[in-house]
Ligand binder design. Sequence first.
Ligand code: PDD
Length: 289
Amino acid sequence: MSRIAYVNGRYVPFREARVHIEDRGYQLGDGVYEVCEIRDGALVDERRHIERLQRSLAALRISMPIAPGALRFVFAEMLRRNRISNCLIYLQVTRGVARRDHGFPERPVEPSIVITVRGLDPRKAIEAAAIGVSVITVPDNRWGRVDIKTIGLLPNVLARQAAKEQGAKDAWFVDEDGFVTEGASSNVWIVTRDGKLVTRPDSSRILGGITKTVAKEVARSLQLSLEERAFSVAEAQAASEAFLTSATQTVMPVVRIDGRAVGSGEPGPITKRLRTEFHKAAEIGPKLL
Ligand code: PDD
């Protein structure tokens, strides 16, 4: 069976799924997105993802093209039609199709919505987390509102590519004062030598990650001490553990930063604990299948 995509109200075979060449997402990066995990047929943290989608849309003054209830129906239909129950859902909304002009279209247009699913192999994720990932650091040269989850990801693309070319898995952005902001597609954390979890507080300089929010709850429930503050690259390299959080990777150990081993150079016990506990704290919705 071929994969199915959802494009502007229609379920279409993946290979035939198209948007117009004058879609403002395609021409101007004028849109937002969400990535959400589906685990055993149930949405993970749907409420928070929908709330963030609404916030991103509101920030760009794009209207929500579908009611949250109807959206859940579309998600369910996508799982059914793609016969998949462990996957990532990608949802993108752009301002719509209009003659190219930087200002908003004079006559209102319908936003465009595209949804795709991609299989997640839980075994591969376990294997990756058992080893951990290495990261490089790059200057954070993004715009000042990265708290909005826009599809304009060029600095993130170049950062990830630089990482790949240097034999690392990912890149961490570093601000002008030498403090780590976040990863190319994740939030970042360290565990200090005296066992404190440290992560940067939400601001316009980072995306307020859903996984980060849940991981904070896990930390609290495990009575781990948590400091929300920025940390430097040197502090991270000298930490006893480091990890990143995102919907695609949940809690992923970081074992090398710019070639320097973090702690023992292997995934640490607190990171492992948070990873194991993560789905117990996340809001798991009803089964959609
Ligand atoms: N990215 N920071 C950035 C820049 C991100 O792109 C992401 C997620 C996060 C973590 O957010 P969350 O925990 O809500 O997934 C932080 C998604 C997964 C992506 O672009 O694929």
